[in-house]
Design a protein around this ligand. Structure first.
Ligand SMILES: [Ca+2]
Ligand SMILES: [Ca+2]
Ligand SMILES: [Ca+2]
Ligand SMILES: [Ca+2]
Length: 427
């Protein structure tokens, strides 16, 4: 896998070694695009995502299995490597794993080689999406005879233009006749797979050849509220909020958050007021706390420990009849309070057993059935960044599952050890 900058063609051209899985290559392209966005955010400009280059190939190394044909030709002048040459063949490009999008843009350099006679042939060339739509169907004329005309840059039939009209290069490739056209077409598209086909028609294979170079496919993501942040990554997809501010860090932007000061990623609002249950008075909770203990590392290293003892009543929580139903799909725990350096977030993405589950970091949760439908829950999280001094007056723990937020609070906190090294809080 080699990424190179090219001074010609499409600007940013990504070169690909043969034999590497395409998905990995595409992922690196996407990661590269993401890093560009991060750089933009760091310099203070809005985190607007431009169309992302999903696929690019300049054929400097190989075509890859996404192409139905893999012959590489080299131009007599300039040693340009390109996919070709072809005459009457149909060449296809299949891309899979496209991210969420509503438009694709394909661009390429088309090399028209030999004695193409435009509308007089007609010497047609076309490309499109397999199964439709046709994106271009036109003719080219490489030999400037007096009455020669070509359809490009319009469609055939219909376009009547002088030979070479719209060409980026004329006669530069070292062939007796050969022009280069920079083609770029955007079209509506959704779905994770696309197949393109490229073909020419009615040609004498000895004198009418073509090839393509610097192929790139960009995905444009939908942005329903036009705030520059695509729906897929917008923390409030229906309200324009280009700053994406999220004061409580629950992943829901302030502009949409039904409890903007409380960590409640599930946005539960069962009381009919539109306000989230977590910040509404009188909401019944099936989650209560017995103790929360925090221990900082005296050296200041991220080696603190957090231990939470609580009680869960799945029936009262309303998330499901059983604990397994309630926690199916994973859950997260947020620990926050004035006097803590920052909110601590623990994630348990999959909990296939309700007896004991490991989290995504160094955290473990254990459940034990008590009476009726009541379960005790013990969470131990190590390697936390808890920095001294720890001096919370109260700690709020929010348990969030798919579609459910439940919070409990302990406000009776006592500090032990020098420099507030250990804190223990009870209700
Ligand atoms: Ca948006
Ligand atoms: Ca928005
Ligand atoms: Ca929020
Ligand atoms: Ca919130």
């Amino acid at each position: 896998m080699v990424l190179v900058q090219s001074s010609s063609g499409l600007g940013r051209v990504l070169r690909r070694r043969s034999g590497r899985p395409f998905a990995i290559w595409a992922a690196i392209v996407l990661a590269l695009a993401a890093s560009v966005d991060i750089a933009a955010a760091a310099t203070g400009s809005p985190a607007v995502e431009a169309p992302t280059t999903f696929y690019a190939n300049d054929f400097e190394e190989s075509a890859g299995p996404e192409w139905s044909e893999n012959s590489i030709a080299i131009t007599p002048a300039g040693n340009r490597r390109f996919l070709g040459t072809f005459s009457n063949a149909t060449v296809s490009l299949v891309l899979t794993g496209l991210p969420v999008h509503n438009q694709l843009t394909i661009s390429m350099d088309l090399l028209v080689i030999g004695t193409w006679q435009g509308n007089a042939g007609p010497d047609t060339w076309q490309f499109g999406v397999t199964g439709g739509p046709t994106l271009m169907h036109t003719t080219f004329n490489t030999i400037a005879v007096a009455d020669g005309r070509q359809a490009y840059p319009d469609a055939y039939p219909g376009g009547v233009h002088l030979p070479h009209s719209g060409a980026a290069e004329i006669g530069t490739l070292g062939y007796a006749y050969g022009d280069v056209y920079n083609l770029r077409v955007a079209f509506p598209h959704t779905g994770s797979t696309v197949a393109f086909n490229f073909s020419a028609g009615g040609h004498d294979p000895a004198t009418h050849l073509w090839g393509i170079d610097s192929v790139a496919v960009q995905v444009d993501a939908p942005d329903a509220d036009s705030d520059g942040i695509p729906n897929a990554t917008d923390n409030c997809p229906s309200i324009a909020n280009p700053d994406q501010s999220d004061g409580d860090g629950d992943g829901v932007g302030d502009a949409c958050d039904n409890c903007p000061n409380d960590f409640n990623p599930a946005q539960t609002a069962s009381n009919g007021t539109g306000s989230g249950d977590l910040c509404s008075a009188g909401t019944v909770s099936g989650f209560s706390l017995a103790t929360v203990r925090l221990k900082a590392d005296p050296s200041g290293k991220p080696n603190g420990t957090l231990v939470i003892h609580g009680l869960l009543d799945p029936t009262a929580m309303g998330g499901g009849a059983t604990l397994a139903d309630t926690l199916r799909g994973g859950f997260s725990i947020a620990v926050a309070g004035a006097g803590l350096p920052r909110a601590e977030l623990l994630r348990f993405p999959s909990c296939n057993t309700i007896s004991r589950c490991a989290g995504s970091g160094r955290e473990v949760v254990a459940f034990r059935k008590r009476s009726g439908n009541l379960f005790s829950m013990t969470i131990t999280a190590r390697g936390r960044s808890l920095a001294q001094p720890l001096s919370p007056a109260a700690v709020t723990v929010t348990l969030s599952t798919t579609g459910l937020d439940q919070a409990a609070r302990v406000s009776n906190c006592s500090v032990r050890g020098g420099n507030a090294q250990t804190v223990s809080c009870r209700p």
